[in-house]
Design a protein around this ligand. Structure first.
Ligand SMILES: Cc1cc2nc3c(=O)[nH]c(=O)nc-3n(C[C@H](O)[C@H](O)[C@H](O)COP(=O)(O)OP(=O)(O)OC[C@H]3O[C@@H](n4cnc5c(N)ncnc54)[C@H](O)[C@@H]3O)c2cc1C
Length: 435
């Protein structure tokens, strides 16, 4: 057999990870005329959105105005379909603004179509493995698909992988979770189909606390299920369950993720049986759309040129290089031994922005990162991590890639005023510092 030769591919921009951040980054860069390759390790676009099918886009309306940009374009494409495939609705939880709920399959199909229309080379089932450095530049990234290893030689890399493996291997400093290394719980979701909504939601308690307490006391539900967060899903009669949390799982450890997924599925099955037996409206319902893997909220926090902090949230900081607005509460989920919080991050009627510099490493001149690996402290992270924000962070890095390549400069030297202007021209709202 002849020795296997490495396949070598060139790209202006390599986007690693096809979650909401990668979607935003790849489309924005491709629409600026760049040759973009998007690598996604799994068989689907969406990342956490695909791992927890049907999870609403939260935090898309800071102070009740849509973030705009790609989020608005995608939402409006879905809303104007016949029949509509998305709608805006109030969130049932305290301190959260409106959310967007959608048909999961149509939404992921539409996202893929938008990537195709933009001319992005989407490579599913393909993983980035390691960067090769030439000083402070990533020269190439070794990758793997079912045909074996291949190499991509990009001019710019945008790490949207959620976990930041490539950034970490390239030498970007990071820490896991909060100051003690505690990461938020991972969660596995499912739907109940065939629910009588009127009976099920007769009690306004969004956590079904009374029933949960009975299930835990009788040993039929895991003690971490003392709050059952059940919500009306997109279609009448279906209910989305986002309650099965598993603590202390390191999302960068594939063995731990696999074990948590199996344990989570067991707990979902127990919960589905309990709902059928105990909760009015669920008598004829059945479980469906069980997550293919747990959704991981938090792993690495990369160190950027600037770190967004809890103080920025409290003060409602509007950064001069702000690229997306946010007013999400501090949505902390079972970090270590702690419980869940949804404390308001900011006083009502205000918002803060996320700075582009939190998406830039200090030293590597052709690397950006976007999404849940943004440089943020644990408090800020618990607020910034919504899918609309991740998508728009991605959009900013894709746009910045074009500016850096046009000006022949390091990503750290991108003219941020031009970037903010371009984002505003792309329909992103509430940017700029009020005078
Ligand atoms: C259980 C749960 C509930 C949540 N609830 C909500 C909610 O209700 N509303 C809301 O707006 N947000 C919610 N969030 C937060 C939000 O979903 C995430 O913060 C957001 O989706 C992260 O997007 P991302 O693109 O940064 O990363 P991810 O979605 O994690 O995507 C990263 C992608 O990169 C791929 N990847 C990783 N490594 C590689 C590699 N080396 N090569 C190629 N591909 C790679 C992964 O397969 C994945 O598809 C929730 C999160 C979780 C986990």
């Amino acid at each position: 057999m002849p020795a296997q030769t490495h396949r070598i591919e060139e790209a202006d921009v390599l986007v690693i990870g096809g979650g909401t951040a990668g979607f935003g980054a790849a489309i924005a860069a491709a629409r600026q005329g760049l040759d973009v390759t998007l690598l996604e390790a799994t068989s689907k676009i969406g990342g956490v959105m695909a791992f927890c099918p049907g999870m609403p886009w939260g935090g898309g309306y800071p102070v009740d105005q849509i973030i705009g940009g790609l989020l608005e374009e995608l939402t409006s494409r879905l809303e104007t379909m016949t029949p509509p495939a998305a709608e805006k609705r109030p969130c049932t939880l305290e301190n959260f603004g409106p959310e967007i709920i959608y048909d999961h399959d149509i939404a992921t199909l539409t996202m893929f179509e938008m990537l195709e229309e933009a001319g992005v080379a989407v490579r599913l089932n393909a993983s980035a493995i390691a960067p090769k450095m030439a000083g402070s530049v990533i020269e190439e990234v070794s990758c793997f698909d079912r045909n074996g290893p291949f190499v991509v030689r990009p001019r710019i890399v945008i790490d949207c992988s959620g976990d930041g493996d490539i950034s970490a291997k390239a030498g970007v400093p990071f820490h896991l979770g909060d100051a003690s290394g505690n990461m938020m719980a991972v969660t596995i979701s499912f739907h109940m189909i065939g629910v009588d909504w009127d009976a099920a939601f007769a009690d306004p308690d969004p956590y079904f606390t009374r029933y949960a307490a009975k299930g835990v006391a009788e040993g039929r539900l895991h003690p971490d299920l003392s709050q059952l967060y059940l919500m009306r899903a997109f279609y009448e009669g279906s209910v989305f369950c986002n309650s099965v949390h598993l603590r202390g799982v390191d999302g960068t450890d594939p063995v731990a993720v696999g074990k948590a997924t199996q344990e989570g599925r067991r707990r979902c099955h127990q919960l589905a049986q309990f709902l059928q037996a105990e909760v009015p409206g669920f008598e004829k319902a059945h479980m469906s759309m069980l997550s293919p893997t747990v959704g991981v909220r938090e792993t690495r926090k990369l160190q950027g040129v600037i770190r967004v902090t809890g103080a920025d949230l409290a003060q409602g900081t509007k950064f001069p290089d702000g690229i997306v607005a946010c007013d999400n509460p501090i949505d902390d989920v079972m970090r270590g031994d702690e419980s869940m919080t949804h404390d308001a991050a900011i006083e009502s009627g205000s918002f803060y922005t996320l700075p582009f510099r939190a998406l830039l490493p200090e030293k590597i001149t052709n690397l950006m990162f976007a999404g849940r690996i943004i440089s943020a402290d644990a408090t800020a992270f618990a607020s910034v991590r919504g899918m609309p924000q991740c998508m728009t962070m991605g959009q900013a890095t894709g746009t910045a890639a074009a500016l850096a390549l046009k000006d022949g400069c390091a990503v750290q030297d991108v003219d941020t005023q031009r970037l903010v202007r371009s984002m505003t021209q792309q329909g992103v709202n509430r940017l700029g510092v009020p005078s």
